[in-house]
Design a protein around this ligand. Sequence first.
Ligand SMILES: NC(=O)c1ccc[n+]([C@@H]2O[C@H](COP(=O)([O-])OP(=O)(O)OC[C@H]3O[C@@H](n4cnc5c(N)ncnc54)[C@H](OP(=O)(O)O)[C@@H]3O)[C@@H](O)[C@H]2O)c1
Length: 227
Amino acid sequence: MKTYIIIGGSKGIGKALTNVLLQNHRVINISRSTPDISHENLKHHACDVLKEDLPNIEAADGLIYCPGSINLKPISRLSLDDFKDDFEINVLGAVKCIQNYLAILKNGKEPSILLFSTVASKLGMPFHASIATAKSGVEGLVKSLGAELAPNIRINAIAPTVTDTNLASKLLRNDKMKENITDRHPLKKYLNPQEVAEMADFLLSKKAASISGQIFEMDCGIVTFKL
Ligand SMILES: NC(=O)c1ccc[n+]([C@@H]2O[C@H](COP(=O)([O-])OP(=O)(O)OC[C@H]3O[C@@H](n4cnc5c(N)ncnc54)[C@H](OP(=O)(O)O)[C@@H]3O)[C@@H](O)[C@H]2O)c1
């Protein structure tokens, strides 16, 4: 049984991953709100990772950073503060958590780190300038730290397309929008948090012992195929 620190296990993909990990492991969740999951192996720390000191944790074998943003506007309406905010929550929050917990991860069992990017880092899409810039930073971090932390700690990222969570609720707010998004993807679907959580579980596990520094497109074909 391993111990995973998850930043953002209260909602969305992080919540689905918390439920998957709890089947075999202990989970220490850090988020502003309390997860509505009760399990003897789940511990919760209320904390805003950008504004507060991170809780002291004595031992862990993995770290998952889930906070992110979807702030879609034309470049003429994106302020420098929008870029700073997106960089802060997507990149600096992850850096802060990795730096804070690196020493305990180094002592962990087959330790690994998982971050989240987006398909918008690879696929140019209008109105994504700020989030694509920030998530490209996440991808650079994964590559760089993959090399720096080898062979002790593995680090990977999943780059999902639209996933049915609160964060994406504006993009999926009615049946017409859901149909349009489904249709734009070559596999004629978008993601549910459970399938992203299962990929995350694999990347954190021993089964992925040979995989580090990689960005996994869960793209339903939208980056990979032109039909
Ligand atoms: N959903 C999509 O369509 C989509 C697409 C591409 C990429 N992604 C990426 O996938 C990742 C997960 O997305 P999601 O849709 O699951 O997001 P979500 O539903 O917004 O969940 C984010 C989690 O992070 C926590 N969180 C946010 N800000 C925090 C802070 N300052 N301090 C502590 N915890 C914080 C939230 O908990 P509290 O609110 O309780 O703090 C929540 O548990 C993100 O990095 C996102 O950019 C998502």
